[in-house]
Ligand binder design. Structure first.
Ligand code: WT7
Length: 637
């Protein structure tokens, strides 16, 4: 059990206003799930039956023989004996029905360029890509690395992999060469799909250069497929690289969809943990499809004709589940926007909502806070009448941001779904539904069919208002199956803390109404602008610099990003801690991890607080930095 719960989290810290329910106007009465409490109660009586019913929404080539196999727990299996395909559910099934000519993707980038694909057009592009991949020998179970901006080709590539049963491994295109290289190597990916570049605030980002830096050290990569996105001048390795459009040229627009076992892995997605090595989270075709489809339909009240905009990046699980697979499985139109939300003016984001008549806007607290800074006058220019439901994800949403989002974006008409979940859970886990009464800043209650709890070190439930560890006590279809090539780490990370329960790594408390308030991570994982980064990853990047002996990194509060990094560095004897060195050190982290690892401050120190076994006690650093009580220091040397 992690030793420490942050002090401030031990007792209820809600203001009296927060305790109250928000005005009942937020309740949507004709929602897909009209009676919130009744639905929760019914599902709680038999969660497995709930998920079995949910699975009826998914297309199966062959129905399962057994709903859930617990014989090798916690390596749970769902829908055993069933045959299905994630891409079939996202695309093929729509082609036979009324969605064929409906828009599947609306894409726009920062520069104003747009593209649209109907389900049928997307289907044909995916088929061409699937054939081309098969043509170079990509088979079931092979890993395909994808490092691309938020452009339609990333959806096409992911769906093509799923269609032929290859596993995609998408790496967020904000990661640097070093991070990309590590992930390619761990997955032993055979090919890499990328793009020439992307734009950020008008600046061209040379993605291909980052890719070249990574791939030169990756022996497993046989081909690099490059989508033309911004036409930037790039280096081309004639033997290894091929343009995306040349790769698919002349391929048939029909392709066979692989009939996968429900438990066959669909993809691996790397995420940060407490060691410097990221974990490859495995999700499977059957259960993932069931969990994502049921949650997107219920949480966002989708009826089939919606325009759905999730502002995340496909490189994270939010993008996998709620930009690509979820909206497409639900047969709605998904908006993909590549770039920043405030270019050329701070109301770009609201303009996109109006232009495409977005019905559901699913975004992150850090973005809301950034928009708040520009002031309410920007959303005020836009009526955004199409909006029906808002969503938030990635980190706790502070009540101020919640209210601003509610008042100025939703115009006091749209309920906010604050969805707590993780890369590992695959789908929304603790979240309101549109028929639930809301509280500003609370993720409400567990989704139907999910049993969550807040417990102490011994696994005993703590009383309402007391902080504790968030656990999930039952199984759900879209749960992580294992860590790629590392089942031991899977057991240790999630199943060794509280007997028989999934350990989420978050601190939370429940209030008297049973509402969950998520407080943040208990472990050495940071959330910087909603991006997940391990302090150990940051430290090992610092230590790669020749002047550094040792480094300790902690998260410190930041008004905009939630959290940023403060680092304590021990230098080699005789080396002076100059400003120039501080700059170099910031650069090396940027080079090894990418710009998402935002460093606020570097402090040169002589010593770091350590345990007798030599582990850096980051919580002591943190307590000192923030002026908090030191807590238990019995193991401190
Ligand atoms: C961690 C998971 C899957 C969502 C994207 C992030 C934090 C996520 C919330 C929320 C409070 C949240 C938790 C969690 N988190 N959503 N609504 N309220 N905290 O996925 O990168 O795997 O990070 O994000 O700390 O453990 P991820």
């Amino acid at each position: 059990m992690p030793k420490q719960i942050k002090q401030r989290d031990l007792t209820e810290v809600l203001s009296s206003e927060q305790k109250k329910y928000f005005p009942s106007k937020t309740i949507i009465k004709n929602a897909n799930v009209p009676d919130y409490e009744k639905t929760l109660k019914k599902a709680a009586r038999n969660p497995e039956k709930f998920w079995e019913e949910a699975a009826q929404d998914v297309h199966w080539f062959k129905k399962w023989d057994k709903l859930i196999d617990k014989s090798k727990k916690p390596f749970y299996k769902w829908f055993v004996g069933g045959k299905c395909n994630l891409a079939y559910n996202a695309l093929d099934r729509h082609i036979e029905g009324e969605n064929k000519n409906k828009l599947a993707i609306i894409w726009e980038d920062e520069t104003g360029k747009t593209k649209k694909y109907t389900y049928f057009e997307l289907y044909e592009e995916v088929n061409k890509m699937a054939n081309a991949l098969r043509g170079i020998g990509i088979k079931k179970g092979d890993r395909v690395a994808i490092y691309m901006p938020n452009i339609p080709e990333i959806a096409i590539s992911m769906l093509a992999c799923a269609k032929i049963g290859a596993m995609h491994s998408v790496v967020y295109a904000g990661f640097s060469s070093g991070a990309l290289e590590g992930r390619i190597k761990d997955a032993r990916a055979k090919i890499l799909i990328t793009a020439d570049g992307s734009f950020r605030r008008g600046k061209i980002i040379d993605l291909k250069k980052i890719v070249d830096g990574a791939v030169k050290n990756c022996k497993t990569i046989k081909k690099v497929i490059v989508a033309k996105n911004n036409g930037a001048k790039i280096k081309f390795n004639k033997r290894r690289d091929i343009w995306f459009h040349d790769f698919v040229k002349g391929q048939s627009t029909e392709a066979k969809t692989a009939q996968m076992n429900a438990e066959d892995p669909a993809f691996v997605l790397y995420t940060s943990g407490t060691t410097s090595k990221p974990k490859g989270i495995i999700h499977v075709h059957g259960g993932y499809a069931v969990g994502v489809l049921r949650t997107i339909k219920w949480v966002f009240d989708l009826k089939g004709d919606e325009i759905f905009w999730c502002t995340a990046d496909p490189g994270w699980i939010t993008g996998h589940s709620y930009i690509i697979y979820g909206p497409l499985m639900a047969g709605v139109t998904t908006v993909m926007y590549e770039g920043v939300p405030d270019v050329p003016t701070p109301d770009r984001i609201w303009k996109v909502v109006e232009k495409y008549k977005v019905n559901v806007l699913y975004t992150a607290p850090t973005l809301i806070r950034a928009m708040m800074r520009y002031g309410a006058k920007w959303p005020r220019k836009h009526k955004m009448k199409s909006l029906r439901i808002l969503g938030s994800v990635g980190e706790p949403i502070n009540p101020e941001a919640w209210k601003w989002f509610y008042n100025h974006v939703g115009k006091r008409r749209c309920p906010i779904m604050d969805t707590w979940w993780q890369t590992e859970t695959g789908m929304n886990m603790i979240t309101p539904l549109p028929s639930a009464p809301l509280k500003a800043g609370s993720a409400c209650k567990p989704f139907p069919g999910i049993i969550a709890d807040v417990v102490d070190k011994k696994g005993k439930r703590v009383p309402a208002g007391k902080g504790g560890y968030l656990i999930i006590k039952n199984q759900w279809p879209s749960m992580i199956r294992t860590i790629f090539n590392n089942p031991k780490r899977y057991l240790k990370t999630y199943w060794s803390q509280v007997k028989g329960a999934y350990f989420a790594g978050d601190v939370a408390f429940r209030d008297k109404d049973g509402y969950f308030w998520i407080q943040g991570r208990t472990d050495d994982v940071l959330k910087i602008a909603g991006h997940r980064i391990g302090t150990a990853e940051v430290e090992s990047a610092f230590v790669a610099h020749k002047a550094v002996v040792e480094a300790g990194a902690i998260g410190v509060p930041d008004e905009l990003r939630g959290e940023v990094i403060k680092a304590f560095i021990i230098l080699k004897k005789g080396i002076k801690g100059t400003e120039k060195l501080q700059k170099d050190l910031k650069m090396i982290v940027r080079k090894n991890l990418g710009p998402i690892a935002v460093i606020k401050e570097i402090e040169f120190v002589e010593k770091l607080p350590k345990t007798r076994s030599g582990k850096i006690m980051r919580r002591v650093l943190k307590a000192k930095e923030l002026g908090l009580p030191l807590g238990d220091t019995s193991s401190l040397v």
